[in-house]
Structure formats: C-alpha cells, structure tokens
Design a protein. Structure first.
Length: 240
C-alpha cells in the first residue's frame, strides 16, 4: 500500500474532528473521500500532508511512519497536494508559479523551468505560460494549482475540491485530466462534492461523517449504502 492509515484521531481542544479513521490506498488507485460539510475531510488531508500531527493513530506512506513529518519533507518524499482555496502568485507568470513547485526536486533554475514547461504541456497550459496567474479564469487557476503540485513529482497526489465552482463542461475536462495523471503513474486521493465526478473517477470511495468512516467500497456499493444515502447523497444517487 502506498498509504495506510491506522486509527487516526485528530482533536482540537474538546472537538474530535477525526475519529479512529482507518483506510489504505494501493499504488495506481484513485480513491474518493466524501462526506457532508464539516465531516473532517480537509482535516484528514491536513493530517496526511503533515499540517497536523494526529492526536493518536499512525499514518504510513510507502511503509514509513510519517506522523510528525513536516509538509516540505513529505513533499520531497513524493506526497503532493492541492488546496481548496487556490492562491497562486497572482502577479507572477504561470510558468513562474509552476517552476516554484519544480524546486522541490531541482536545484538549478534552468532545470526547474524545463520541468515546469513539461508539466504545463502535459496539462495543456503551455500556451498560457507567459500570462499572469491573476489573469487566469477560475478553471485555469484550478489547473495551475494541479500543475504546481505535479511539478513536485508526487507519487501520491491529494486533490482538494479541484472541481469546485466549475461549469459542467469544465468538470468533464478536469475528470479527463485526473485520469491522465493516474495513467502517468500517480496515485490519487480526491476530495470532491461533485458526485458524478467522484463516481466516474474513483476505484473506491470512503465516506466519513462527524470524523468517522461510515462506508467504504466501489462507487456503486457506496451509492446504494443506506447509511450514505441518509447521511449525504440522498435518494437521487441510488443506483438501480
């Protein structure tokens, strides 16, 4: 398993945001992590990415216990992430923004820029490399956020609501982009509220509510789970 979480609990004062969560992801898999607002999804991401150290439990990345590791150290080990609120260097070019990510594994600027250009081409953003990031559409800003993470050469990529705020046609483009990233050899853990995208992309889905896992399985299994329907999806997502 590329990622294994055992009994992860995260408390903030008297609030238990994550409650004894266990899950694992195999290399090359796309796993969806879903749940109502406030369920603890972003907190789980922040624990995995090293922003928080869990109150209890263990997180293993490629067999190594990474509890307490800093985000920048995890990035160099091959664990990349995007952020729900996209904040590029607005006054800098698209190429500059992605080059910054490349420095996670490159020492020379020329090498970092070359890698950044390859990532931009891979994500069909190379024609916008000289534009200022602040002038991009929201869809291209989301794509830029993914490009910055990909430039760090992740083996596991955490995607936090990269489709939020996009039009249906733009969502379809991001779905294809994520499939392309997986085909390149990157394992993906995905938080998303757009259910048709999660169900189309994921090999397996984990559902959490109030920090607890309430279901896990294939998209069809999760869509038909009575607990999930009651807690989150609603009857429209029952697969007949």
């Amino acid at each position: 398993m590329i990622l294994k979480i055992e009994g992860m609990t995260m408390e903030f004062g008297g609030l238990r945001a994550i409650d004894n969560l266990s899950m694992e992801i195999a290399p090359g898999e796309i796993m969806g992590l879903i749940g109502p607002n406030g369920a603890g999804k972003s907190t789980a991401f922040n624990c995995i990415a090293g922003v928080y150290t869990p109150t209890s439990g263990r997180i293993f990345f490629q067999g190594e216990n990474i509890n307490g590791k800093k985000p920048w150290d995890l990035c160099k080990k091959g664990l990349g992430r995007t952020f729900q609120i996209v904040k590029p260097f607005a006054s800098k070019t698209v190429l500059y923004n992605v080059t910054v990510g490349s420095f996670a594994t490159c020492k020379r600027r020329s090498e970092a820029e070359d890698k950044a250009l390859k990532v931009l081409k891979f994500l069909n953003l190379d024609d916008k490399k000289d534009l200022l990031a602040g002038n991009l559409t929201i869809a291209d800003r989301k794509r830029l956020e993914v490009a910055r993470a990909l430039a760090t050469e992740p083996q596991l990529l955490l995607l936090d609501e990269v489709m939020a705020g996009l039009r249906p046609s733009e969502v379809d483009e991001v779905v294809e982009m994520i499939r392309k990233i997986r085909e390149s050899g990157v394992t993906i853990l995905l938080i998303e509220h757009i259910m048709r995208a999660i169900m189309a992309l994921s090999d397996r889905v984990v559902v959490i509510q109030f920090g607890k896992k309430i279901a896990e399985g294939t998209p069809d299994q999760v869509a038909n789970d009575p607990n999930v329907i009651k807690a989150y999806l609603g009857d429209d997502y029952v697969v007949s």
